[in-house]
Design a protein around this ligand. Structure first.
Ligand code: CO8
Length: 258
């Protein structure tokens, strides 16, 4: 598929996907989400990719779903098309680790897209918000659920009910982002983190992702059992032998994803 609203570069086993609709501050329309879902599926299958980074521009990661595309839709249009569900399901189904590198606005669907990633690295210019309330609607691709899990009920209610924006410092303090870096260094830092992940055993990184995400879906007892079983199962891999032998032999591990 040829892309018009995103760009994809693969370097050092990392796929860097840039949202690229500068005229609309990277607002998410059907075309962009279809292309993004396709690019992520391709990256998941591509042996030259071991980690993904999604980013936007200096001004906006994404300023939300495209309001001009949504404005005329009726309930029946939204319901029958199941607007954005197949695309966001595909994005969330990516098994390789995905980092969101956020500068500028991450609003509405943009904030929700960032939260679909495995973790968020924010530039000091980042601004997060769920301002759908100002449009007479609510978040529709995960904001009420994921933001609440990230920052707790009180702050999530505040963000969704007032529509106010959260700056990078508050986002880090609240647990929404894993780290804040100077805007000029955002891509460098995100790529360095991605390359670090790309050097690990790909089996182990996929298992980490499954196990951490499982913590959102299940009870503590079931989650602990799941973790114990996947921990046990990793002892069937060559990468476990390599990782532990490399430590004992005081050398870098060379993982082969077996
Ligand atoms: N949709 C469409 N176009 C947009 C959007 C958007 N979300 N955001 C910005 N743009 C466009 C503007 O219309 C403008 O276009 P033009 O130059 O042609 O007039 C251009 O981008 C630049 O924007 P501004 O001139 O407004 O730039 P400012 O720097 O003055 O302001 C803001 C930047 C504060 C980000 C402002 O643009 C803004 O408030 N944008 C809207 C933010 C918003 O409300 N986002 C939530 C959208 S709703 C949503 O995301 C729901 C998600 C769930 C969907 C689920 C479906 C099932």
């Amino acid at each position: 598929m040829a892309y018009e609203t995103i760009t994809v570069e693969v370097e050092h086993y990392v796929a860097l996907i840039r949202l690229n609709r500068p005229e609309a501050l990277n607002a998410l329309n059907a075309q962009l989400l279809t292309e993004l879902a396709d690019a992520m599926k391709c990256a998941d299958r591509n042996e030259k990719v071991r980690c993904l980074v999604i980013t936007g521009s200096d001004k906006a990661f994404a300023a939300g779903a495209d309001i001009s595309e949504m404005a005329k839709q009726s309930f029946v249009d939204m319901f029958e098309s199941d607007y954005f569900t197949p695309e966001t399901d595909a994005i969330c189904a990516t098994r390789k680790p995905v980092i969101a590198a956020v500068a500028g606005y991450a609003l509405g669907g943009g904030c929700e897209l960032a939260m679909m990633c495995d973790f968020i690295i924010a530039a000091d210019t980042a601004k997060f918000g769920q301002p759908e309330i100002n449009l007479g609607v609510v978040a529709g691709i995960g904001g009420t659920q994921r933001l609440t899990r990230f920052v707790g009920k009180s702050k999530a209610m505040d963000m969704h009910l007032t529509g106010r924006f959260m700056d990078a410092e508050e986002a880090e303090r609240s647990g929404l982002v894993s780290r804040v870096v100077p805007a000029k260094k955002l891509i460098e830092e995100a790529m360095a983190a991605a390359e670090k992940i790309a050097a690990k055993s790909a089996i182990a990184t996929k298992v980490v992702k499954e196990a951490v995400n499982r913590s959102y879906e299940t009870t503590l007892r079931e989650g602990l059992l799941f973790e114990r079983r996947v921990f046990h199962s990793l002892f069937a891999t060559e990468d476990q032998k390599e990782g532990m032998n490399a430590f004992l032999e005081k050398r870098e591990a060379q993982f082969r994803d077996r």
